[in-house]
Each structure stands twice: as C-alpha cells, then as structure tokens.
Design a protein around this ligand. Structure first.
Ligand SMILES: NC(=O)c1ccc[n+]([C@@H]2O[C@H](COP(=O)([O-])OP(=O)(O)OC[C@H]3O[C@@H](n4cnc5c(N)ncnc54)[C@H](OP(=O)(O)O)[C@@H]3O)[C@@H](O)[C@H]2O)c1
Length: 287
C-alpha cells in the first residue's frame, strides 16, 4: 500500500514582542530540514494582553511546543500545566513542551549557556563574575551553580534586582553568591575564572555600547562569555580575545538552547554545526 500523502506539518514557534529581529527560526528550520523532520518553526508577534489567547490557540492547534521571549517568560507560567525543575527555581520559562497533552514550561537558556561553557571550561569549583540580573542572568546563575560553580558575584545597575538574584542563588542552589552594585568602572577581582555579560548591553542597534569595567583587569586564564547574539562579535568578545582570554559569543548559547528545545520537542539530537552555520549565514559570517 502506498504511504498516504501528508500535508500537515508539526508546529513549533516563538512568541514575543518585539520578535521580528529574533533569528531563532533560521537555525531551528535548518535543523528540521537537515534531519528530515516535516516540522515548522514560526516567529509570532504576541502582545502581552493576548498571551493567554495565544497559548490557548497553540493548544487548540496541537502545537508540539513553543519558545517564549521578551516579555512573556514569566507571564506564560500562569497559562501552563506544570514546570520543569530549573524553570521552577528561576520562575521563568523560555521553552514550552507538549507532553501527554499537557503544556510544561522548561528553561533552556541557562542549560544552553552551560553547554557552551563546558566546551571550554568545567564550571566545577569555579568563581564566576556575572554582569546583569535580568531573565538571562537568572537562568545562567542557576545553571552554572547547578553545574558546580562555587562562587558567583552578581554585578547589576539596579540594586533591588541584583540583591534579589544573589538571594535566590544563596537560597535555591549550592553556590555562594554576593551582589556588587555597578556604580562605575569596576575591576574584575583576582581569582575570577569566568566572566559573563548577561545584560543587554551591546545588542543591535546599540552595538557600540560598552560594559563599564576595567578591561586591563581581564587576565588570559579567564573565560569570557557574552549572551548578545546580534552581533555575535561584541566589543566585550573582541577586547577579551585581544587580551588572550578564551571567549564564548551569544550564538553559542542561542544554538545550544535551540538544540535542547529540539531534543525536548522531537526526540531528535540535532547537529549544532548546521544550526550555527545557518545563523552565521544571516549574520554575514561575522563571527
Ligand atoms: N544568546 C542567547 O541565547 C540569549 C538568550 C536569552 C537572552 N539573551 C540576551 O540577553 C540579554 C538580556 O536579556 P534578559 O532577558 O535578561 O533582559 P532583561 O530581563 O531585560 O535584563 C536586562 C539586564 O541588562 C541590564 N542592563 C540593560 N541596559 C543596561 C545599561 N545601559 N547599563 C547597565 N545595565 C543594563 C539590566 O540592568 P537593570 O536591572 O539595572 O535594569 C538587566 O540586568 C538580551 O540582550 C538578550 O538578547 C541571549
């Protein structure tokens, strides 16, 4: 008997606002094509007032899952049936997975970051300095601690947000965390192993914005990571590479969180090289 023709594709998506400049679709659909999966990944603008309706629509249309980006990562929780372990700790979801007809919220941002980090350094027993205390910083702080980092310094412009993240880390994960207010140029302390920019400083179009810290305090044994995916070669990545540090750009985290999302949704282990090359193509291979 011939195989019946099938014109129905499996659906995944990204819900955000603004979302038009989010390049995730490029790498996800490259992976679907590469692995022969008849799946789609749609980039969908969802206003905050319509988030509940969008999630109900995803349920009604049988979406296999969807990513959430700014400003939905916390608000989406109210519309889901349950949370994975780290999403529960962070109180934020960036990846929703349909399991047994339930929508379960996961957080792959920090896991993706740690996957990139482990390609260069084992976080076990390491001291981390992280700029930022927003959603990305929360996810990264929790996962680097779960991966074995023992000390995390949170540097943030807004004091309440920085203090809240340090308290969450001290309370919920096995790492010691301190908050340092960011009120001017700062020296990276001796003994730091990993420096992370988890702020939005340097994101397109403000590509010339610089982190306020003393670049001369970077030492060549430090691993320096930036979460900014666009452009991948930020001023921080450039300065750290010039000082002999090993660097991780924001495409590493983006690709790896996408790899984990595809694993969750499809059960297939996608090729990260295919996904990264698809992104490099759209960013003009400027990595
Ligand atoms: N590569 C990836 O896969 C990936 C994944 C997720 C996010 N990201 C990137 O991560 C970045 C942060 O996202 P998010 O969700 O954490 O955003 P968020 O929750 O809005 O947090 C933004 C953070 O940046 C800080 N910040 C922004 N402008 C600043 C400035 N001019 N001076 C000092 N601090 C400043 C904020 O400090 P205050 O608390 O003082 O406002 C806060 O700590 C975004 O650029 C996003 O593109 C990348």
């Amino acid at each position: 008997m011939p195989t019946p023709l099938n014109f129905k594709q499996e659906l995944t998506a990204c819900f955000g606002q603004p979302v038009a400049e989010n390049p995730t679709q490029v790498m996800m659909e490259a992976a679907y094509r590469h692995h022969g999966l008849d799946w789609r990944y749609l980039t969908i603008e969802v206003a905050p007032d319509h988030l509940g309706a969008a999630v109900a629509g995803a349920r009604a249309m049988g979406f296999r899952g969807f990513n959430c980006t700014i400003p939905h990562k916390v608000a989406v929780i109210a519309h889901l049936d349950g949370l994975g372990e780290s999403a529960k700790v962070m109180g934020a979801v960036n990846c929703v997975v349909r399991r047994n007809e339930q929508l379960i919220g996961e957080n792959t941002d920090g896991k993706g970051f740690v996957k990139s980090l482990k390609e260069l350094i084992d976080p076990t027993g390491k001291r981390v300095l992280m700029f930022g205390a927003g959603g990305a910083a929360r996810a990264i702080g929790v996962e680097v601690a779960l991966a074995g980092a023992t000390h995390i310094t949170v540097v943030n412009r807004s004091q309440p947000r920085g203090e809240e993240l340090a308290a969450l880390l001290n309370d919920k994960v096995p790492a010691e965390a301190v908050f340092v207010p960011w009120s001017g140029p700062l020296d990276i302390p001796e003994g730091t192993d990993i420096v992370i920019n988890a702020t939005s400083i340097g994101l397109f179009p403000d590509v010339d914005a610089e982190l306020e810290f003393n670049v001369d305090s970077l030492q060549s044994h430090m691993v320096v990571a930036d979460v900014i995916p666009n452009p991948p070669r930020t001023r921080l990545v450039d300065a750290a590479a010039r000082r002999g540090c090993r660097v991780i750009d924001g495409l590493g985290m983006l690709v790896n969180q996408g790899v984990i999302g595809i694993q969750f949704w499809t059960g297939v282990d996608p090729d990260p090289g295919v996904m990264r090359r698809a992104l490099e193509d759209v960013f003009g291979a400027a990595t």
